[in-house]
Write a protein that binds this ligand. Sequence first.
Ligand code: MV4
Length: 519
Amino acid sequence: MFKKILVANRGEIAVRVIRACQELGVKTVAVYSEADASAPHVREADEAVLVGPPPSSQSYLVGERLIEVAKRVGAEAIHPGYGFLSERAWFARAVREAGLVFIGPPAEAIEAMGSKTAARQLAIAAGVPVVPGNTQGVKDADEAIAIAEEYGFPVLLKAAAGGGGKGMRIVRAREELAGALESARREAKNAFGDDAVYLEKYIEGPRHVEIQVLADGHGNVVHLGERECSVQRRHQKMIEEAPSVAVSPELRARMGATAVAAAKAAGYVNAGTCEFLLDRDGRYYFLEMNTRIQVEHPVTELVMGIDLVQWQIRVASGERLPFAQKDFTPRGWAMECRITSEDPAHGFLPSTGRVEYLHLPSGPGVRWDGGIEAGSEVGLHYDPMLAKLIVHAPTRALAISRMRRALHELTIDGIETSRGFHLRVMDDAEFQSGDISIQWLEQRLHTLTAPIVHRETLRLAAIAAALVAHEERTAGRSAGTSAGGGGANESGAGNTGALARAGGPTWAAVARREALRSS
Ligand code: MV4
């Protein structure tokens, strides 16, 4: 096992990797930008090194500097987390050439999966089902029209170098194809420096289901079942769960075997994820492979009872996987809500400021993977995802109740977050039924983010306001203008207690808890 690992990331995933290292008895070195000097990942690590100014292009993305730091402090390996340098083949190669271990797949596997057309060719050669379409960039509009007519409209134009939806265009009719091809090319060129675009049949209303794989350097590859990731907005996932209501044990075994075949074909080692579209008839199509640990890995950890980040480190140090495929059957249900500094009431606009107060949920089946604390400054330099709230329960319905309970326990003051949005999803009947697709959230967004002011809520708010006003008048009469903090607290507690007794329903309990917490 390694003695010391450099964690080339920030936020919750840096903390997650540090925790895994602590449990393995491995020392950790954090790196940080000037904006992160007092961040939790810096404090939790055994050592920390400043690597540059706030913009990630001058800090977390400067691979050569991170490698230099690793060598200087005597780290033997680098864990890249997700995002940043995690899927840059050149970085994985540079780490290896510096005599260090990259805790992730070989550079060659990153490259093989990095080009979507190359990944499709590799998948087809391995007998992995892909969406009907071509595997080379299209030459021009005439060729694109010929291919589209072979498969039938609608078709989807995709950037060969792409991923994450950039350079994608749905084309529903022949007349639209030339224009769409032009704009897809422009977008692809801008985003990836490569204007190659290919074409697939467009699958309507599928689910996004992905399979976790884990491979060691001795040829052993297992899959750890699926994650359901359909609740997403603009290619940003919001809620993930494991297992998926749409995946039977039989389908899990088939999709799992497919993911293992794709991983083997790519010479894959370490943790990785194969993304699939699952259509309404239960047919599945390989989309791409994510060659990193993913944000949503905890839901798999909870249902499979395995620490994926520890196993990333173990296989990178040369250990063999001790598991057989039959060791992995999902137990219960896990669900994750991404807690972001975005304002759902205003189109998910990024929110910035200081976390003035933070109360974390706990209790049975609740896990918080976070990178913030009270006092943290949330700016615009990095991703708005602050933390993940993950629950585990025996059934999906109980996981939803548990998530609702945990979201109620969570208080984040000072910035807007996605908390309230998640509460509304948990209360949504369609979400509860599990009948969702990748289009579900965007179709439903309006109702999920519209202000809700029921007549009854208004009436209760008016009663509460009257009671508070009365309390203040009474307090003003009995206490002097220099009344101490203790007195004010007592009267506050008594007041909300009275409200809770008077009101009865949940609004009063919620108001009481929130008021007591932030006072
Ligand atoms: C598709 C598709 C429908 N048909 N391909 C989105 C990003 C990239 N990973 C591939 N994506 C899609 N490819 C065909 N032939 C729909 C999507 C898609 C999507 C996929 C997974 C999760 C969310 C999505 C949101 C919009 C579109």
